[in-house]
Design a protein around this ligand. Structure first.
Ligand code: AMP
Length: 221
């Protein structure tokens, strides 16, 4: 699977486990993991103008405007290390972003290989997002109930946990609404293009990971 150029999109509501699955799948397939959320957070840490602009939207659970997001992502995929394929996590989130990505890949003679929807119900998402915390030092994500931070860890211990502003209740409600209004139409977009596959996201992370790999295997033959 790894010697083939694949452009894979992970799609799903906030809290579906995209980030965790993307990291693991990238490791197992050798695909470059590209997360626009991580890029914005990195810009924020580095004190860039883009970072402070993005923060004003992220804190409210809103999307960073398309023009800014698209420019950042297209610049990233134009670099040499993205030519062997990528795993997109958190991009595209609007139909306009999806069109821009199709166009940019088309200009390179490439195309999206498959979009995998991690399917999780609204009730489950609300339950999961409520307890999400992350390590202030390294950014690793935990859940107060389902995946608590380890007391003995030198970095990710309980004391070091913070709740991202966009994981606070008002922002969560807004993120779910934004997903329904702006991102969910991508399910139809990729289904119409015959590029949609879906996995049941309400299983253990291991089982979701296996299904995800199987979905990629199915399109790489
Ligand atoms: P994530 O880590 O993917 O949940 O992203 C965190 C936040 O970054 C989102 O709630 C948005 O405010 C912003 N963001 C990330 N990716 C995008 C995108 N493709 N388009 C617009 N905003 C984004």
């Amino acid at each position: 699977m790894t010697d083939q150029t694949m452009y894979v999109i992970l799609l799903g509501p906030p809290g579906a486990g995209k980030g965790t699955q993307a990291v693991q799948t990238a490791e197992r397939t050798g695909l470059l993991h590209l997360s626009t959320g991580d890029m914005f957070r990195e810009n924020l840490r580095n004190g860039t103008e883009l970072g402070s602009l993005a923060k004003t939207f992220m804190d409210k659970g809103e999307l960073v405007p398309d023009d800014v997001t698209i420019r950042m992502l297209l610049e990233r995929i134009s670099r040499e290390d993205a030519r062997a394929g990528c795993l997109f996590d958190g991009f595209p989130r609007t139909v306009e972003q999806a069109r821009a990505l199709d166009e940019a890949l088309g200009e390179q003679g490439n195309e999206i290989t498959v979009t995998v929807l991690i399917d999780v119900s609204d009730e489950e998402i609300t339950r999961r997002l409520g307890g999400r915390v992350s390590c202030a030092s390294c950014g690793s994500v935990f859940h107060e109930i389902f995946n608590p931070p380890k007391a003995e860890s030198p970095c990710c211990d309980q004391v070091n946990m913070i709740q991202r502003d966009d994981d606070k209740p008002a922002a969560i409600a807004n993120r779910l609404q934004v997903y329904a209004d702006q991102t969910e139409p991508l399910v139809a977009y990729y289904r119409q293009a015959d590029k949609l596959s879906s996995v049941n996201g309400e299983q253990s992370p291991q089982a979701v990971g296996e299904d995800l790999l199987a979905a990629l295997q199915a399109v790489s033959d």
